[in-house]
Write a protein that binds this ligand. Structure first.
Ligand code: B1M
Length: 216
């Protein structure tokens, strides 16, 4: 198989052996680390999602694919371009309560960290109380929540309601992302119910440009 197909295949098959060599070759051939993630590896992850969704792939294999994806991102991270500017602001990042998916959230972490933001990544399955506590403790400028399950979209809605109930809605702008969300859900439904500032980021790059916008 050609290199790009082989890399995509490694994600789909959950095949870790030879991964580093292929990634090294791709870098040597001039592919940018971020493009490898976005244009090749995420394509593989999409296939995994489709196969799982249609019952053609079982969960342990999805997990293996996720592990290979994580290993690939870890290998590529040192090769990602970083900016010199730092101290642009602080974001607390969490996957919401009941949700374990963290590959996307961790990508957002990498992109923001490499572009001058301080990221306090508090992990998965985080209840709103823990998110707010971390935001308080680290004097965050923005709160970021990720969620991939459909039920996480409801959790996010509840989290915004909880921020309003605590009178904290004006304190932190909120950025939401994850495959189960849609722009319309965030910008029409949620924004209509939230007195604070809530944004949708389709991917890590939109997350970065949103941060740049919110922080200026
Ligand atoms: Co799960 N899973 N999974 N899974 N899984 C999905 C989400 C699913 C759509 C698969 C499917 O059915 N087709 C489906 C959800 C269906 C639904 O809710 N209706 C699903 C399911 C059902 C489940 C379980 C319930 C399965 C089970 O146990 N029976 C279970 C859930 C457990 C739980 O959370 N309580 C489960 C478990 C798992 C694994 C553990 C095996 C593994 C996760 C491993 C891990 O993350 N450490 C896994 C995986 C890998 C997936 C799929 C295949 C891939 C997800 C992924 O990593 N994508 C996924 C299928 C899919 O998404 N289509 C699926 C790559 C990642 C980079 O994309 O996270 O979307 P994503 O991030 C993007 C953007 O969304 C954005 O930036 C990234 C790109 O730049 N973004 C943000 C994300 N967060 C952001 C935050 C921001 C800004 C942008 O600001 C704060």
């Amino acid at each position: 198989l050609p290199l790009t197909e082989r890399l995509k295949r490694r994600i789909i098959d959950g095949e870790r052996n030879g991964l580093d060599d292929d990634l090294a070759t791709a870098l040597a051939e001039g592919y940018k680390a971020l493009d490898i993630v976005n244009d090749i590896l995420l394509d593989g992850m999409k296939v995994v999602g489709d196969l799982f969704g249609s019952g053609q792939m079982q969960l342990p294999f999805v997990l293996q694919s996720a592990e290979v994806m994580k290993a690939a991102v870890a290998y590529l991270e040192p090769h990602m371009e970083a900016t010199d500017d730092s101290g642009k602001g602080t974001i607390v990042l969490a996957t919401v309560k009941g949700d374990v998916h963290d590959i996307g959230k961790n990508l957002v972490d990498i992109i923001l960290s490499n572009n001058g933001y301080t990221v306090v990544n508090i992990g998965i399955k985080q209840p709103i109380a823990a998110i707010l506590e971390a935001a308080e403790q680290h004097q965050a400028d923005v709160i970021g929540m990720s969620g991939l399950l459909v039920k996480s979209t409801v959790v996010m809605k509840d989290n915004l309601a909880e921020m309003m109930a605590r009178g904290l809605h004006s304190r932190w702008p909120v950025m939401l992302g994850g495959a189960a969300l849609t722009r319309a859900y965030v910008e029409d439904d949620l924004r209509g119910q939230f007195d604070g500032d809530v944004h949708y980021a389709k991917d890590a790059f939109e997350g970065l440009s949103l941060m740049d916008k919110v922080m200026t």
